[in-house]
Design a protein around this ligand. Structure first.
Ligand SMILES: [Fe+2]
Ligand SMILES: [Fe+2]
Length: 171
């Protein structure tokens, strides 16, 4: 009995969708690197801060590290499902200038603002993926909507921290 592999004829995995797949893979790869860089910077910013007021931020970032790592793994898995290859570290280019360690490790406002900037960048990029995949790749869209929900939660939490500092005239 001859066995043949049947190619998908509908949906994003079909042969005639290779161009759209390529575009989505590129966007997912960028998202993957954003998550990886966020993990790196959330690790440093969950360790470096000094002072009593730093504890809440430290604990919050420690939790986020695991979530962002999970996001990176989800993006990577989807890249593979779309017939892409997850890149290695030599393709990595850092972008998060705003999340570098502050001059003084008691400068919590610097960290809070950096986190808000990182989350905002993710929110913008993930909204673009959701728009690009609309009607084309519902599975990626569904996955990214869920991740976007996490990032909106992260940003809202850190906006709350910033408000507290602003209310006290410290930011
Ligand atoms: Fe994330
Ligand atoms: Fe996040």
């Amino acid at each position: 009995m001859a066995s043949t592999t049947r190619n998908s004829t509908t949906g994003i995995l079909s042969e005639d969708k290779s161009e759209q797949r390529e575009q989505i893979i590129q966007m997912l790869t960028r998202a993957y690197w954003m998550e990886i860089e966020t993990v790196m910077n959330y690790i440093s910013n969950s360790i470096n801060p000094d002072g009593v007021r730093a504890q809440e931020i430290i604990e919050s970032l420690q939790e986020d590290i695991q979530e962002e790592l999970g996001h990176a793994q989800q993006f990577a898995a989807r890249i593979k499902e779309l017939y892409g290859v997850v890149p290695g570290s030599q393709d990595f280019a850092a972008e998060q200038s705003y999340l570098q360690p502050p001059q003084h490790q008691t400068d919590i406002v610097h960290v809070i603002k950096g986190v808000i900037e990182a989350e905002t960048g993710a929110i913008e990029h993930y909204n673009r993926i959701i728009e690009t995949t609309d009607g084309v790749d519902f599975v990626t869209q569904d996955m990214v909507i869920e991740i976007l929900h996490d990032e909106e939660g992260h940003r809202r939490l850190f906006e709350g921290y910033l408000r507290e500092y602003e209310a006290e005239g410290l930011a």
